[in-house]
Design a binder for this molecule. Structure first.
Ligand code: E4P
Length: 216
């Protein structure tokens, strides 16, 4: 499973990338706003850190197909690794199908059911982003959605890859890997939680003590 980091904080991206485990980056308007920086400034720094797909979303106020296409072309010109994130709407789908003909990579976001993912794949999306955690938040199993999309894409041999998004905890990551999802995009905090285990910490302490005791 490929691991993307889901953040617009350059410091977090740099730190996670230094572990050699990061295949790409996803951002969204909320993450950019949280960083307190301009979209272009953040993206230009990110593409220098990670050599993999970098999702940058069209402005939340850009809703008409022609405007989405214009903005997507500009985003794609920033760097060869740019993927244009487009919300799942009728206008968004129209734009995705035009952009895919132009060879511009897209990530259809805010996917909450498998039919939306099916349409996005038919329109030629490079990636779909089903939101796991936000479904769990409303008492609906997000993982069921990932499994359904995986099944449908395999049934028909779609090349569209699934980015499991809105990941909130280590069990989400584990479940995504178990069902064979293509990609999990993970917030920095959850990534760091994956590194640790209390028995690893206790084991390191014991090795240290035994080493020091035997080398007195
Ligand atoms: C990434 O592509 C999504 O925008 C992000 O994972 C959403 O996460 P949230 O539901 O925690 O805001």
């Amino acid at each position: 499973m490929k691991i993307f980091i889901d953040t617009a904080e350059v410091k977090e991206i740099r730190d996670a990338a230094s572990l050699g485990i990061i295949d790409g980056v996803t951002t969204n308007p909320s993450l950019i706003a949280k960083s307190g920086r301009k979209f272009e400034d953040v993206i230009k720094e990110i593409v220098e850190i990670v050599d993999g797909p970098i999702s940058g979303e069209v402005k939340a106020t850009t809703t008409e197909c022609d405007d989405i296409i214009k903005e997507a072309i500009e985003i794609s010109k920033i760097h060869k690794n740019m993927v244009v994130k487009i919300p799942m709407t009728k206008e968004g789908l129209k734009a995705v199908s035009e952009l895919s003909k132009k060879g511009i990579k897209t990530n259809v976001t805010l996917i909450f059911n498998a039919n939306q993912a099916l349409l996005a794949a038919k329109a030629g999306a490079t990636y779909v982003s089903p939101f796991l955690g936000r479904l769990d938040d409303i008492s609906t199993y997000g993982m069921d959605l990932i499994e359904d999309i995986n099944l449908i894409f395999n049934n028909y041999g779609f090349e569209t890859e699934i980015i499991c998004a809105s990941i909130r905890n280590p069990l989400h990551v584990l479940d995504c890997a178990k069902v064979g999802a293509d990609i999990a995009t993970i917030p920095y905090k959850v990534l760091m939680q994956l590194v640790d285990h209390p028995l690893t910490t206790i084991g390191i302490e014991k090795f240290k003590k035994d080493y020091l005791d035997s080398n007195k």
